[in-house]
Ligand binder design. Structure first.
Ligand code: CTP
Ligand code: MG
Length: 225
């Protein structure tokens, strides 16, 4: 799929990876020869402009073979603050649409990215991948199951989440306290968000055991679509 010249992507990687533990933040760990962040960036190689947010502490780590289309921006204390800093750099640059991706999701597939781009090209103000919930849902307290919840109509949110640049920038400015993700801000701002196909393999590396799962997925035979 040809990515329009006016599309950009933000790969946000300014977090500290507290839950994943380890000696270095999770996005700098190496999976089969390439760092997590390098993989997340390279998934968007077809984009004319890629803004990567990093913690000021990580600016010196360096990325391999940064191509001309990649720009580094210092992130903030929260995910939303990091994204907002990146969005501000795109304002007035001619960019019309932006995809926002977690640097901690290195296994995002072309299929997932293209689903978001296709929805934006078709005129959506906002589009993001979601996965249906197949397990039953429970409520629990103190180690005991205390009830169930209805999973009907629920989706698990993934990234990249795509937006009209002006709309998501306005949403960030209207709600400077931020939110868990950009779709939440878009909804608060009254935007209609199109749900596009997610992918079970597009996991967000969060806990120590997620790295072994990513390696298993990478070692699995290619999914032919
Ligand atoms: N992120 C960011 N700026 C922050 C916090 C998070 O850019 N101030 C990014 C992370 O680098 C990650 C994505 O947002 O790519 C999703 O966040 P999460 O999985 O929570 O990563 P961390 O915040 O780094 O991990 P933890 O919450 O375990 O510390
Ligand atoms: Mg976090």
């Amino acid at each position: 799929m040809k990515i329009p010249d006016t599309y950009a992507v933000i790969v946000t990687a300014a977090g500290r990876g507290t839950r994943a533990g380890g000696d270095i933040p999770k996005q700098w760990r190496v999976l089969d020869g390439r760092s997590v962040i390098q993989r997340s960036i390279e998934a968007f190689a077809g984009f004319p402009r890629i803004v990567v947010t990093l913690s000021p502490e990580d600016m010196g780590r360096g990325l391999d073979q940064l191509s001309g289309q990649v720009v580094l921006v210092a992130g903030g204390d929260t995910r939303s603050a990091s994204i907002r800093a990146a969005l501000e750099t795109l304002e007035g640059s001619g960019v019309t649409h932006v995809l926002i991706h977690d640097g901690a999701r290195p296994l995002v597939s072309p299929h997932v990215i293209h689903g978001v781009v296709a929805a934006l090209k078709a005129g959506a103000d906002a589009a993001a991948p979601g996965l249906s919930v197949t397990d039953a849902l429970w409520r629990a307290e103190g180690g005991h199951v205390t009830g169930t919840a209805n999973r009907e109509g629920l989706l698990r949110a993934q990234t990249p989440q795509g937006f009209r640049l002006d709309a998501i920038l306005a949403a960030h400015r209207a709600f400077p306290e931020g939110a868990a993700d950009d779709v939440e801000l878009a909804l608060r701002a009254g935007l209609t968000v199109t749900a596009t196909p997610g992918d079970e393999d597009n996991l967000k590396l969060t806990w120590p055991q997620d790295f072994a799962r990513a390696e298993r997925i990478m070692g699995a035979p290619m999914d032919i679509r």
